[in-house]
Write a protein that binds this ligand. Structure first.
Ligand code: SF4
Length: 439
């Protein structure tokens, strides 16, 4: 990323100074004990002993703090930067019950993780016979699973269609949260333990999966979701209209697309908010997000909506785009107001209000209405089934309806890197049970 881009995308949460680490760590009450874990640890999908590593930091023992965070989460440095902490560990911190700000767990974890590169603790039992496991997808769930299995002595090969590992962390997480580092440092221990990476390799079609099945004891699907959903709006071909994922990927690779003065973002999830905030940083003077339901129904985290608002993103709730206007270049987005039909027990359904049309001036539009589900997998692998857009798996083991296959991450409904780690840990146990003939 060029110097100018780095200037435009300073980190949202820069690291704490040594004095700040001490001050922040000293606020922790070290909850938990013999009757149960601390609330923050219970809220952490990867189960990190949060009061444990904070106490180590407070005692100046960074090496122990480092060991504690990596012992539960091989992507602890990445998670420290990108986790939605206000709805996980920090959202459960007891200090907020007495009106105080929660302990800044994310940045303390960053201090612990950044102290030294992870040394994966190898624990291979003498009777263990190395299993051959193929992992499809070098994103967070694939990497975390490989770490778990490799340290237990298994032979893991990861296939990914991209030229580099990291999946959404490398290519889609907003650069003001994490550019690339410390991802490469977190992958290095996998290489040291003998994990094989096959990049630029797309596994597609029944033949390719048959070949993997014959040479692997188990296969893990960590492929995430597919391309951006195409809303098929009239005028989508106009210059100035982008899909969200290529927009972010180009930005992260240091080749940002030129945004105009007036940007309209279509969508209501966290990706839509990210691209809106990125467009502001890239120099767009007015960024408006259009979402078909109301504020309360947005899938994005409420705190992210607030932060985007503070930065200057405008919101047009209860509106959908009808068509994109212009000749060769985009000039505006015609939208229609919606009303919500509320049915007990289900999400409110938007219904267009006849004739309630309005036009937003726009020279850039970014379509961020979600990613497609990789249903093609069920054509290539017998037994795989989807329900409500998620691959059906056993909640305890990640095992799919085809027993040789396991899955985790976005494919099964995980929404964050730390949830991908959680699924990977379950799947590692599940794979061992399966290969041992227990499942
Ligand atoms: S809940 Fe808050 S105060 Fe209690 S251990 Fe966790 S971080 Fe510390």
């Amino acid at each position: 990323m060029s110097f100018a881009l780095q200037e435009a995308f300073p980190e949202l949460k820069p690291p704490l100074t040594p004095i700040e680490i001490q001050e922040e760590a000293s606020r922790c009450l070290e909850c938990g004990g013999i009757y149960g874990p601390a609330p923050c640890t219970s809220a952490c999908p990867s189960g990190i002993d949060i009061p444990g590593f904070i106490a180590a930091l407070q005692g100046g023992d960074l090496a122990s703090a480092n060991r504690i965070v990596f012992s539960e989460n091989p992507l602890a440095g990445t998670c420290a930067r990108v986790c939605p902490t206000p709805v996980l560990c920090e959202g459960s911190c007891v200090l907020s019950y007495v009106g105080l700000p929660p302990v800044d767990i994310g940045r303390l974890q960053r201090a612990a993780a950044d102290y030294a590169r992870n040394r994966l603790t190898v624990s291979i039992s003498p009777q263990h016979q190395a299993h051959r496991v193929a992992v499809i997808g070098a994103g967070p769930s694939g990497l975390a699973l490989a770490a778990e299995l490799a340290r237990m002595g298994d032979r893991v090969t990861i296939y990914d269609e991209n030229p580099d590992p990291g999946g959404m962390v490398r290519y889609a997480i907003a650069p003001y949260r994490q550019r690339v580092a410390p991802l490469d440092d977190e992958i290095q221990p996998l290489l040291e333990l003998g994990v094989t990476f096959r990049f630029n390799t797309r596994i597609a079609g029944r033949e390719a999966f048959l070949a993997l099945e014959s040479e692997s004891d188990a296969i893990f699907l960590g492929v995430g979701l597919g391309a951006d959903v195409d809303p098929q709006l009239p005028g989508q071909h106009l210059f100035g209209v982008w899909q969200a994922l290529p927009f972010i990927r180009d930005l992260k690779e240091g080749n940002p697309l030129a945004v105009g003065r007036f940007t309209v973002v279509i969508g209501g999830g966290n990706t839509a908010l990210d691209v809106a905030r990125e467009a502001l940083r890239l120099g767009s003077e007015q960024v408006t997000l259009v979402y078909r339901r109301d504020r309360q129904s947005m899938p994005a985290y409420a705190y992210e909506v607030q932060d985007a608002e503070k930065e200057g993103v405008r919101f047009n709730w209860l509106a959908t785009p009808v068509r994109l206007l212009g000749n060769a270049w985009l000039e505006g987005v015609e939208c229609q107001y919606q009303e919500l039909l509320r049915d007990a027990g289900s999400r409110p359904k938007p219904r267009p209000i006849p004739g309630a049309l309005f036009t937003l001036k726009a020279d850039t539009a970014i379509l961020a209405i979600g990613q497609s589900v990789r249903r093609e997998l069920s054509e290539w692998v017998p037994g795989l089934q989807f329900e409500h857009g998620r691959l059906i798996v056993d909640a305890e083991t990640g095992q799919t309806l085809n027993p040789q296959y396991f899955a985790g991450g976005d494919l099964v409904g995980g929404q964050s890197v730390v949830e991908a780690v959680q699924w990977a840990k379950r799947a590692a146990k599940g794979i061992h049970q399966y290969v041992a003939g227990e499942k």
